[in-house]
Design a protein around this ligand. Structure first.
Ligand SMILES: [Zn+2]
Ligand SMILES: [Zn+2]
Length: 280
């Protein structure tokens, strides 16, 4: 079994309207790419901030600008396709109850939880319009805060899959890196992953970013294995040609870690399936 659950039917840029991308023809392009890659389980997890309902959770300027679509129209459209129904939802500290209300009202197969923004302000670890590294970006402080928030996201119990778990590294050497052993930063997150039982995403998206690595790093993944975590596999594709992007690398990585099963989701219930491509 190979899965691609963390997936978007459109690029993040403005002007990518719901009407243009949420069509049977576009879904067919993704399904065709999945068949070619031997991926059996394909699901879509649109960013929550593209929906008007997200403004009940947070009023970040990026969200206010992008929150134009109807989340229930999205769910209805996806249910009419062979895709699993997911959503990528940010963890917003203090908004846990409102996040739960939004998620529980829909019949998602899974919820991908992510941390893009950290701290009290509007700053993001992966968005150059709201760059956390602007000003006195202290690497130790930013990494510590990022992984604390990852830990809180895992512990919240709101999510099934923890997305791109070390996204803070996205810029690679283009931003400051901590001097310390990175395991010190991973530790609280891995502890929360172990306690919550949330699935850890192995994402090939990092290979398309300046860092040029899988999420998570090998060290982080090894700590997760030691803690007994299970893993979900995704490309975070925003285009059909990114479906299953560099999956040989991800499967090899999991193989080397001694992981032979991957998480499969339906109606927010998780099962494990043997890892590997469907032979065509
Ligand atoms: Zn994300
Ligand atoms: Zn995503």
């Amino acid at each position: 079994m190979l899965t691609d659950y963390h997936l978007h039917l459109r690029p993040d840029e403005g002007g990518t309207t719901f009407e243009r991308y949420f069509t049977d023809e576009n879904v067919e392009r993704y399904l065709e790419a999945a068949r070619a890659a031997g991926i059996e389980e394909l699901g879509v997890s649109e960013h929550v901030y593209r929906f008007r309902a997200a403004l009940d959770l947070w009023q970040h300027p990026l969200w206010v600008e992008n929150a134009v679509d109807d989340i229930d129209a999205y769910c209805e459209f996806v249910r009419g396709t062979p895709l699993r129904l997911g959503v990528e939802c940010d963890f917003i500290p203090g908004a846990e109850d409102r996040i739960a209300v939004l998620l529980d009202a829909r019949d998602f197969d899974y919820v991908v939880g992510s941390v893009h923004f950290i701290g009290e302000g509007d700053a993001a670890v992966d968005h150059d319009g709201f760059d956390v590294w602007e000003g006195d970006g202290d690497a130790d402080e930013i990494w510590r805060r990022y992984f604390e928030q990852i830990a809180a996201a895992a512990r919240s119990g709101l999510f099934d899959i923890l997305a791109h778990p070390d996204l803070v590294k996205v810029w690679g050497r283009a931003r400051p890196l901590p001097d310390r052993d990175l395991r010190a930063f991973y530790e609280p997150a891995v502890e929360a992953i172990a306690e919550s039982g949330i699935a850890v995403e192995v994402s090939t998206a990092g290979l398309r970013k300046p860092v040029g690595e899988l999420y998570p790093s090998r060290q982080f993944a090894e700590m997760c294995v030691e803690a007994g975590a299970c893993f979900a596999l995704s490309s975070d594709a925003h285009l059909p040609e990114q479906v299953g992007f560099e999956y040989e690398r991800a499967v090899g990585f999991l193989d080397e870690l001694g992981i032979s099963e991957v998480c499969v989701f339906e109606q927010r219930r998780r099962s494990l399936a043997p890892l590997g491509a469907r032979v065509r």
